[in-house]
Design a protein around this ligand. Structure first.
Ligand code: ZN
Length: 334
């Protein structure tokens, strides 16, 4: 559909009216890293982020934190205007340096979900180790074998590297915790990358000090568990341990951690309804966000607060206009 059509439909008056007519929808954005210099992943451009926020303000959207979105839905408080919500996942230093300041400057009430063991310096996440190794390996091709699973990997150009990374990460998600560690170590050795080395500069985690400063400036910080291992590959006891330990560390380091949880990876195959119950059982969390795409209504959030959908922040302004519109909400429901 044409950009003009979408922008006309997203006009202040129509959007406010449709917010009431279609049942008070929210667009919740999930933001990962700013755009890297070397093209290792797509990333969000800070300039585009600001352009989108300036548009959203002029178009009359209301910004709410993820805690507010879920609280309002649960209390059946209906916002007058369509709601936008910004969340960031993982907790790398470049997110705090390049993206969070823009969100705070425009009072967007952002929330950052941190991988607690990464910030604590215990370990950096297994999937980031794979990403960094795939990007930095001197190899061009590799036949790699793990547990009778054979990979024919290609690193000859950026597109092939990204495809190889996706394949390797998908397989890693299917492994139980103990095997995952063996897999990552074997893979990194095969890629000629030091398996137990420190995180390279482009994966520098934030620190509790910088997170505390950001918290004082208005950033809400929440739990993305400890290790970034997907729940589908963990036992209940391991999940409970990750949830409790992450929460204890956040409570120790911060003033007011978010009461919303963010599932590691968070796509349809990474966790189940049973896992949503484990998060609920902590009795600390009021809800949880996934990486399943789509706009969502207050009613849907109130019914399933531990299964909240988010849109990945798009790579273009026109897509942002589209994702934020009530029309996309209707599309999400079809
Ligand atoms: Zn994550």
């Amino acid at each position: 559909m044409s950009r003009f059509f979408y922008r006309a439909l997203a006009s202040k008056r129509i959007a406010a009216l449709m917010n009431i007519m279609v049942g008070h929808y929210a667009t919740i954005y999930m933001i990962h890293r700013p755009r890297p210099r070397d093209g290792a992943y797509e990333g969000v451009s800070p300039e585009l982020l600001e352009e989108c926020i300036v548009y959203a303000k002029a178009a009359g959207f209301e910004f709410a934190s993820i805690d507010e979105v879920i609280e309002k839905a649960r209390n059946k408080q209906k916002p007058d205007r369509p709601t936008l919500c910004f969340t960031l996942d993982d907790g790398y230093e470049d997110q705090l340096e390049q993206l969070v300041p823009i969100l705070l400057k425009h009072q967007c009430k952002p929330t950052l979900f941190t991988i607690v063991d990464m910030v604590d310096g215990i370990d950096w996440p297994w999937d980031s180790k794979i990403s960094a190794a795939v990007w930095n390996t001197p190899q061009k091709q590799l036949a790699f074998d793990f547990n009778n699973h054979a990979f024919a990997l290609d690193f000859s150009e950026p597109h092939a590297r990204r495809a190889s990374r996706r394949q390797l990460t998908r397989f890693g998600k299917s492994l139980p915790a103990a095997q995952l560690e063996q897999y990552v170590t074997a893979l990194l050795s095969a890629l000629d990358v030091e398996p137990h080395g420190p995180a390279p500069a482009e994966y520098k985690p934030s620190t509790w000090d910088s997170l505390r400063k950001a918290e004082q400036a208005g950033l809400r910080i929440g739990s993305h568990a400890c290790s970034h291992r997907v729940f589908a590959a963990l036992s209940d006891a391991q999940i409970q341990q990750e949830l409790q330990r992450a929460q204890a560390v956040l409570a120790r380091e911060l003033v007011n951690p978010s009461r919303v949880f963010c599932y590691p990876s968070g796509t349809l195959n990474d966790f189940s309804l049973h896992h949503t119950q484990l998060v609920k059982d902590t009795q600390f969390f009021i809800g949880a966000v996934t990486s399943m795409p789509g706009n969502i209504s207050q009613q849907q959030i109130a019914q399933q607060p531990f299964l909240v959908k988010r849109h990945s922040f798009p790579a273009s302004f026109d897509k942002f206009v589209r994702y934020s519109s009530w029309l996309e909400y209707i599309r999400s429901r079809i």
